[in-house]
Design a protein around this ligand. Structure first.
Ligand code: NAI
Ligand code: MG
Length: 356
């Protein structure tokens, strides 16, 4: 019997709406598999909590989360609380304190009808972006000098440590080797003459230990073009924090939008809990209407099961998502349907039960 202890942070806006559907899926897995059980503990942290308590999470929040096997998060951020506060004081705090230095973002087309790219099929768009998640351009280093004066200067410093750069690149080589795929590094050594030259050097250096892995190296601007013109070039991709953030939104754009994009924040050593979340935000424009697409959040459940070593469940959940998208009559409005969040979740669970 395997037991997994899961912390729920539904967060703001549509976060709670989509996390509820993901929890339904987890509970169904528990029901169907006598070898697996879960316990859930919910934390009320987010922007509402901030407005009431003046902080995004409890002072000992990190301590409280430490004992969990995984964190399942909805979305954080809402009008009324500045985004840099909600992001830095909750989401980025968890990513940093728990050293979740790997961000895994699949760019996988689940159904041909979902891509705006003419003539591209499921076979052409199927890759994994591995984004550095702990430092780089989002290290938060810099200064704001002579504020408000004519000589005002702002510095935003990228921080690329040898340890941080090496470990993400090594992780990517390992993943490419394990899955027998090519590895593409995306950087910008021509313009960023310190950080990205360093990145490229380490990519080559570590690569010497992986002569069996075929590699490519693209500048981020060229890579953005290829995402659209020939996505079939990519299998496993490794890139920095900022570039990864941007190109995975492009990845979402070519695979059906934010309602389908997911990301895992992983501490591979399992010293701390890892965190699973849809890529999208709290969507204030549709929050409370019950029409948010829950499939991105449910895909996070698939990633969580993979991470737990229960790959058969990870695959089964993803297969049901494919079936649902092929079936098309029960989809949320962002995908052209008129179903509610709850209806999609209920149908999902029903299909999962039927899929033995
Ligand atoms: P957003 O992702 O919340 O929404 C962008 C657009 O996509 C909206 O039109 C929204 O309706 C639509 N959308 C997003 N998810 C959807 C879903 N599951 N189903 C159907 N439609 C969906 O991004 P936005 O508007 O820039 O940010 C809103 C708030 O969320 C901000 O406070 C921002 O800081 C926060 N945010 C939080 C993230 C996180 O918690 N990881 C990530 C991105 C934004
Ligand atoms: Mg983003």
């Amino acid at each position: 019997m395997k037991h997994f202890n899961i912390a729920l942070i539904p967060g703001d806006g549509i976060g709670p709406e989509v996390v509820a559907e993901g929890v339904k899926v987890l509970q169904t897995i528990e029901e169907m598999d006598p070898e697996i059980s879960f316990s859930f503990t919910e934390f009320p942290w987010g922007c509402e909590y901030y407005l009431e308590h003046g902080k995004m999470m409890d002072d000992d929040g990190i301590e409280k989360l430490k004992k969990f096997d995984a964190i399942y998060l909805g979305a954080v951020g809402y009008p009324g609380v500045p985004d840099h506060i909600s992001l830095w004081d909750l989401l980025l705090r968890i990513r940093k304190e728990f050293d979740q230095y790997v961000n895994l973002r699949p760019v996988t087309l689940l159904n041909q009808s979902l891509t705006p790219l003419k003539s591209k099929t499921e076979k052409d768009i199927d890759f994994l972006v591995i984004r550095e998640n702990s430092e780089g351009e989002y290290a938060g280093a810099g200064d704001w000098l002579f504020k408000g004066k004519p000589e005002e200067v702002v510095l935003q410093t990228g921080v690329f440590s040898r340890k941080g750069t090496e470990r993400i690149i090594r992780y990517a080589y390992e993943e490419a080797r394990r899955s027998n795929k090519t590895l593409t590094s995306i950087s910008k050594g021509n313009a960023l003459n310190y950080s990205m030259v360093f990145w490229d050097e380490i990519f080559e250096e570590v690569g010497k230990e992986y002569p069996d892995v075929a590699t490519y190296s693209y500048l981020v601007d060229a890579a953005s073009l290829y995402f659209v013109t020939d996505p079939e070039r990519f299998e496993v991709v490794v890139t920095s924090n900022l570039f990864g953030d941007i190109i995975t939104d492009l990845g979402a754009g070519i695979t059906g939008g934010l309602g389908l994009a997911t990301g895992a924040n992983v501490n591979p050593e399992k010293k701390y809990p890892s965190m699973f979340e849809p890529v999208h935000g709290s969507a204030p424009d549709i929050a409370g209407e019950g029409i948010a697409n829950p499939i991105a959040a449910i895909w996070s459940v698939s990633q969580m099961m993979d991470f737990f070593g229960e790959e058969q469940w990870g695959k089964r959940v993803l297969d049901v998502a494919k079936d649902m998208l092929a079936e098309t009559e029960l989809l949320t409005p962002d995908l052209g349907g008129d179903a509610s969040t709850g209806e999609v979740g209920d149908r999902f669970v029903k299909r999962l039960r039927e899929k033995i």
